[in-house]
Design a binder for this molecule. Sequence first.
Ligand SMILES: N[C@@H](CCC(=O)N[C@@H](CS)C(=O)NCC(=O)O)C(=O)O
Length: 221
Amino acid sequence: MKLKFIYVDTPFWRAEVGRIALFMGDIKFDDVRIKREDFSTAKETGTLSDGTVLPFHQIPCLVVDDVSIAQTGAIARFCGKLSGLYPTHDDVNAAKIDDFIDFATDLTVMIDNTPNKTDEEKKRKARRDLATGPLKRKLSMLEKNISSDSEWLVTSNISIADVAIWRLLGWLSSGILDGMPTDLLSGFPKIRKLCLAVDKHPKIQKWISLTYPNNYTRGNY
Ligand SMILES: N[C@@H](CCC(=O)N[C@@H](CS)C(=O)NCC(=O)O)C(=O)O
């Protein structure tokens, strides 16, 4: 089976969850990082310059042999099953993992919908308000859903849920988003502990050393 993972050259969680699962499972794949211009055109046409089809004109996209798979969750589960980071014989744990992946999507959409995208000051204020209001509320829920007894969110080993939450919250707390406070996670000790556990996992460290720019701020946790 030939795998081609398509995204831009950014370690955003939507891509990282699938890429890292494949890497952790020692599954060979072509890590294709497309240029922004190619992506801009493909948003309109649904096809990259090399002919690859993006089913919903979006990325990430995983091409399995000649079949293009879209949607972060679908890709993450596919990669997780191949690599052992998603259960194939435990429907309840599989659903719990889906639960966290969909939660990550909810937070992403919440940020994407920050109003007044054209007015920088209004955008910063909207993000600050989000961080102290609806986003804080969501993070409190996440904190409540993390068990103190286990190192990982769902299974006894690291799963795609842990990788997704780590990268999403790393992005949110890194300072890369203007207006989003970098101490976002300060009141959430269980979330921070989880993020640290993922961050120091040897395979994650290896991936970071291979693919992240030097001194890249992965988050404040
Ligand atoms: N529902 C999709 C959303 C993916 C998405 O929004 N990707 C962004 C890049 S991170 C994108 O392709 N945006 C362009 C567009 O939606 O036109 C998923 O879960 O993967």
